[in-house]
Design a protein around this ligand. Structure first.
Ligand SMILES: Nc1ncnc2c1ncn2[C@@H]1O[C@H](COP(=O)(O)OP(=O)(O)OP(=O)(O)O)[C@@H](O)[C@H]1O
Length: 215
């Protein structure tokens, strides 16, 4: 599903920020990624998602060498295979919750109302983002990222701007949906307790240290 080999990343002429010899993620795995600020968590997600090219090494997703493709092919690959969830939801304020979801479907058919019901937002389909609580906005962002059933869900501090109780509920919901839909999930979190909700946990320290053996 995801394979990374002998990968290094530096920005400009700066030092290497990430050096990972080997990562292998199987389809359907759900992994929490923890590590201190600046340890390269977002960089790693962006590389897997086709957004940041490694300085050295290969990123292979679904048997496709992500960075051996043209930019157009990479964009298409991302649209089809990757669902991104951010800390700050990134909902468009002028569109309703439903319209925000429709935007990513590009006219394709999908059971939008069923998804709203599934995350407990059946009453809020036609509300605007400013009419929703932060937890509700993140639920809309979950639907938007998951509704096209991407092979891989990349979540970058998805609960980072929520209070502790809401963060717990939201992380449980995300892990549960990915389990039910058999989606591969890689989620960054600063919070060790939230990481416990995942069947598998990696620290950036381990990844960067793991220079010889495959994990
Ligand atoms: N576009 C960029 N240009 C230059 N340096 C960058 C860029 N993006 C990230 N970096 C540097 O790469 C390192 C890793 O950053 P990254 O955002 O991946 O860390 P992180 O673990 O996600 O941090 P945080 O937990 O604070 O979000 C940092 O030292 C950062 O300054």
């Amino acid at each position: 599903m995801i394979q990374i080999k002998n990968m290094k990343k530096s920005y400009g002429k700066n030092d290497v920020v990430l050096s990972v010899s080997s990562i292998h993620v199987n389809a359907g795995e759900r992994i929490a990624l923890t590590g201190p600020s600046g340890s390269g968590k977002s960089t790693l997600l962006h590389m897997i998602g086709g957004l940041v090219e490694p300085t050295e090494g290969e990123v292979i997703v679904n048997d496709i060498a992500v960075y051996n493709q043209s930019m157009t092919a990479r964009d298409a690959f991302r649209m089809e295979n990757i669902g991104y969830i951010f800390q700050d939801f990134h909902l468009l304020p002028s569109l309703t919750a439903r319209e925000n979801v429709q935007l990513v479907l590009n006219g394709k058919d999908a059971p939008i109302s069923e998804w709203f019901e599934r995350v407990g937002l059946q009453q809020k389909e036609h509300a605007y983002p400013h009419e929703l609580s932060r937890g509700q906005q993140q639920r809309v962002a979950f639907i938007r990222a998951l509704i096209h059933r991407p092979a891989i869900v990349l979540a970058d501090e998805p609960t980072g701007s929520l209070d502790v109780k809401t963060a717990n509920t939201m992380m449980e919901l995300l892990v549960q949906i990915c389990e039910e839909e058999k989606l591969t999930l890689l989620a960054v979190t600063h919070d060790e307790q939230l990481a416990e909700k995942f069947p598998k946990r990696w620290t950036m320290y381990e990844l960067n240290q793991c220079l010889a053996e495959e994990i």
